[in-house]
Design a protein around this ligand. Structure first.
Ligand SMILES: O=C(O)CCC(=O)C(=O)O
Length: 316
């Protein structure tokens, strides 16, 4: 297992850096009106027809779309990144779109391992091009949850939080950002976004960056053959734009990258005690049904029903 390294400075402003280290995220102004317009137009040009549900451009099989989105999003964002950041390296820009409908939920998760977290942090600049409301899929975050337990993450790897999803969701906070306002978060933070149940699509850009010295890696778990180990894969600086297993065969052994070999891994779980030590007593304690991993988007309405039922039960 590894220990988290102290954060390396990537924010110019020391107060912003300190807030990021404590909470795992900061909210900042990012795009101006002109940039919002340019990126919305770009999305429409690249995307005359909307996909269903939750749809990041990194899921697309169209490499030209992925590379154009990447290049333009990074280029438009460079004004603010230069202003806010130092000693950073941008890896990938992408669109993340939620079309209206229950299947657009993005269940509770931490993003997959992309850097060696014993040395670096992987960071997202997540910026909506529309105002976020309580119906169009605002991002919810658990402040300070980015370094609760060191972990390797990826679709094939059991999560640290599987048994505590309802408890965690009950203490998360939605970020009702205005168009052009960004949340910059450590990608190991616990986050989730409810479905877009409004009438309009929700377009967001995401720009992934790290400290300039970071190298990249992904992790994979072969539970049939290596029960107590993780295989790590070295990735180059532009792998996110070329990795085409997202949204398709994400459970398979990565086809991109060079294996660094197998590493012992303890699969530590987050306990309710650990959570309550940090966040205080959590009222919603027990799930009625166990939620199997990976959490499918199809379980969301059912989970919502259970939560509502539990809340009624606990408050009656
Ligand atoms: O865009 C969203 O609603 C969620 C994005 C997210 O959680 C992710 O891409 O990891």
């Amino acid at each position: 297992m590894f220990d988290f390294a102290p954060y390396l400075k990537v924010f110019r402003d020391d107060a912003l850096q300190a807030q990021f280290e404590k909470d795992g995220y900061v909210v900042v102004p990012f795009y101006n009106q002109e940039e919002i317009k340019a990126l919305t137009t770009l999305y429409r040009e690249l995307h005359p027809k909307d996909e269903k549900g939750f749809y990041p451009s990194t899921f697309s099989k169209d490499k030209k779309y992925r590379t154009t989105a990447d290049k333009e999003i990074v280029s438009v964002g460079s004004r603010s990144m230069e202003h806010l950041l130092v000693d950073y390296k941008v890896v990938c820009g992408s669109f993340i779109v939620k079309s209206p409908g229950p299947e657009s939920v993005m269940e509770l998760h931490q993003d997959m391992t992309l850097v060696d977290e014993s040395k670096f942090a992987g960071i997202n600049i997540w910026c909506p091009l529309v105002d976020l409301t309580d119906t169009n899929g605002a991002l919810e975050i658990l402040a300070g949850s980015q370094r609760l337990v060191p972990s390797y993450r990826g679709s094939s790897i059991p999560t640290i939080y599987a048994e505590l999803q309802n408890e965690i969701k009950s203490i998360m906070k939605p970020l009702f950002l205005k168009a052009g306002e960004a949340v910059i978060f450590d990608q190991s933070i616990l986050h989730y976004s409810p479905p877009n149940i409004s009438d309009d699509i929700r377009i967001v850009t995401n720009t992934f960056f790290a400290h300039k010295d970071a190298t990249f890696q992904t992790a994979w778990y072969d539970k049939e053959n290596h029960k107590e180990q993780i295989e790590l894969f070295e990735q180059d600086d532009n792998f996110l734009t070329h990795f085409d297993q997202f949204g398709h065969d994400i459970y398979a052994r990565p086809k991109l990258g060079k294996s660094k070999g197998l590493f012992d891994y303890k699969f530590t779980k987050l306990s309710l005690e650990m959570l309550e030590d940090k966040y205080g007593p959590i009222p919603l304690k027990k799930e009625v049904e166990s939620i199997q991993e990976p959490v499918s988007v199809a379980v969301a309405p059912k989970q919502k029903g259970i939560r509502a039922w539990l809340k009624r039960l606990l408050t009656s």
